[in-house]
Write a protein that binds this ligand. Structure first.
Ligand SMILES: CC(C)(COP(=O)(O)OP(=O)(O)OC[C@H]1O[C@@H](n2cnc3c(N)ncnc32)[C@H](O)[C@@H]1OP(=O)(O)O)[C@@H](O)C(=O)NCCC(=O)NCCS
Length: 168
């Protein structure tokens, strides 16, 4: 059975592991390995994930996880970014568990949190060309709004993301 819940302190290592495996499986043809490893080292060290497990509302609503038979199989987080608007900051699954509806469970969880904090629209940035992500958001009603340089990237990385939005 799959349980979607707020993360606990002792989930930090499993959450980092999901991000490490997710990044390395999703982006190898889209981003340089240097950029992938830099993002993982900057944003998703076990220490940083551990510090950010807890919510700091409304801007950060805390990591949420999908757990199946005691194992973490996906993680996501979101927060309020402007009055009436929220963002899904991150969503990854164990790469071997895609296509079973787990992403939808986590997306719905974050949308529910954002609604509780007054959001009527939800945003997400997805790397241009990410065919493991873009079709998912389009299937769940998100539409492309604008293309921007990827957060955390430099001009040299030449990485671009689509910002998608949807009413919630
Ligand atoms: C994106 C991701 C979280 C989606 O989770 P998931 O559990 O695989 O998706 P679901 O099984 O809930 O699928 C929901 C819908 O999206 C569609 N979908 C999902 N991934 C798809 C893909 N790569 N291509 C086409 N359709 C896709 C499904 O067909 C389904 O639509 P339907 O219910 O209308 O048939 C997951 O695939 C993942 O971790 N991808 C790699 C990492 C990534 O890109 N994360 C997002 C970064 S912003």
């Amino acid at each position: 059975m799959v349980l979607v819940r707020a993360a606990r302190d002792d989930d930090a290592t499993a959450i980092r592991d999901i991000f490490v495996r997710g990044y390395r499986r999703t982006y190898p043809t889209l981003l340089s390995s240097e950029f992938i490893e830099r993002m993982l080292d900057e944003s998703y060290t076990a220490e940083r994930v551990a510090k950010e497990v807890a919510a700091a509302p409304p801007g950060w609503l805390g990591y949420q996880v999908a757990e199946e038979d005691g194992r973490i199989v996906g993680a996501a987080a979101g927060g309020i970014t402007a009055p009436g608007a929220g963002e899904l900051f991150v969503l990854y699954l164990d790469p071997d568990e895609r296509g079973r509806g787990l992403g939808t469970l986590l997306l719905d969880r974050i949308a529910g949190q954002l609604r509780e904090f007054g959001a009527g629209e939800m945003w997400v940035a997805v790397l241009d060309g990410n065919e493991l992500g873009i079709p998912f958001y389009e299937a769940r009603g998100f539409r492309k709004v604008e293309r921007r340089r990827t957060h955390g990237s430099t001009e040299a990385d030449d990485a671009w993301s689509w910002r998608f939005s949807r009413l919630i």
